[in-house]
Ligand binder design. Sequence first.
Ligand SMILES: Nc1ncnc2c1ncn2[C@@H]1O[C@H](COP(=O)(O)OP(=O)(O)OP(=O)(O)O)[C@@H](O)[C@H]1O
Length: 524
Amino acid sequence: MKIASITSMKYDHVLQQLPVGIMLINKDDRIEFANAMARELCELANDNDLQSLSEIIDHPATINVKQLHQHVESIDTIKINQQKVLSVYRPFFSEQGTLMGIILMFESLHTFDKQVREFTDKKMLESIIEESMKHHHYDFRVVMPDKTEWFVSQKWQQLSKKEKQWVDLLATKAINARREISDRVQVSSNRGGSLEIICKPLWNHGKIAGCMQFVNKSSEQETDEELTIARQLIRKLESSYRMSDIIAVSPAMNIAKEQAKLYAKMHTPIMIKGEVGTGKQMMARAIHDLSEWRDYPFYFIRFSELQNAITKKLPIKQKGTYYIYMDSKLTQDRQEQLLEIMTKQHHIRIIFGTATAIHATDWLDGLYDMLQRYVMVLPNLKERSEDFQPLIMSIINMLNQKYQKNVSAIDDHLLTHWIKQDWPGNVMQLERTLEKQVLRVSFGTEVLTLDQLEQADIDSPVPSVTFQNRSLQEAIDQFEKDYIFSALKQNQFNKSKTARELGVSVRNLYYKMEKYNMERGANS
Ligand SMILES: Nc1ncnc2c1ncn2[C@@H]1O[C@H](COP(=O)(O)OP(=O)(O)OP(=O)(O)O)[C@@H](O)[C@H]1O
């Protein structure tokens, strides 16, 4: 890729405004980008791009830079006007560490007055450019120790008088304190929003030579957008799983984890089988995290959504991992489309999850073969009693944080009682049962006991109604959550049946389950 295409576009506005000549030179010594000052100093016409640097400058020092990968400083002569310039050549690397080209910075020896020349020490120039690239979304200025401005970017002028005063004050602070200072304030204009500022002292031969300031002004709406993005990010992080998050003491779960690690490195579709709530989606996320798709999104989608998609083609296009939950059948044309994606779209990783058996008769031959090729089975809770206690403790830790409780253990009688129970909803059901229990006990309770359990009728779909210092909405939500959960449990977690009995659409049921965290990350 051309260095100019990735660099100049991103930093163009910053580079163009700098009062020094900047050029991006590719590995063949050709100029890919020259800012306004470089063009002026070298008398370059606008369409003069892609000239060789040696046509412009006498004996440029590029060979040394390429061979030694080091900065080189020199005094060069511009051919066209014989002007002498102070030059700094810096190697420029890709993210992978390979040399892509050279950044050349130069300034005229004659046009700068003494003070500026002293100030624009080449090392400092480099740091100015480096910093301005790091903060390229910000407006910036450079001020001298005596507070005179050396460089001011265009939008800086739009700051109000009050904002400028505040920014000046911060510059003085940073210069006096000889360290970086940053701050953020609410803007009091009728547009609202906030102003964020970073001040970095600049050094020249061990002395403070000025201060570089970056300002980012965002409106109320932009601040809200930032918040929304931050929330989405948190949500994404919360709903992402790593292999190390998966509790596995039992042999069955350990085998599943080892198998998952192996599959994660492959490109083929995977099928994760397991009863409801055994952790299929969690495992799919952990596989995604270990795979080469880890930096791309994880999509959760159900067969029912694929079947009913309003688009002619399946909505599976983006690079990333698609965890597809097999909650219904697919018609033949949809199966053909899916098979085509699986065989031709190599940028897409597909992981299937199912809680029901797969019958060859329901599937196209090719698709059925693929579904059967790499299968892993997650054990149900009964088959992994060794995991019971660590799972309980990990869930309790999470609940303690969520509800500010202090439970640190469960007694042996309760553990034995629970191990003996059937858990049709598996870990998901265990989570719900523990949540109810932790919510019931007082703040000081450290141990969950069988007695507490017997006192409370945990399986009652209708909790006893006592005022608990919660708002009406919170109480209604809690009731809805309990009611849906007991309906799910009664129907062996069959979601279509539960939705029918509750008189809601399956889609609405999924929505509520997601809202009440009965199924993780459904829309990340
Ligand atoms: N081994 C485990 N370690 C930690 N948490 C687990 C483990 N197994 C399951 N869980 C937890 O159980 C809950 C249910 O898991 P998940 O949603 O992945 O199940 P599922 O099999 O995909 O369910 P469904 O079939 O209903 O979609 C999640 O909150 C998950 O964190």
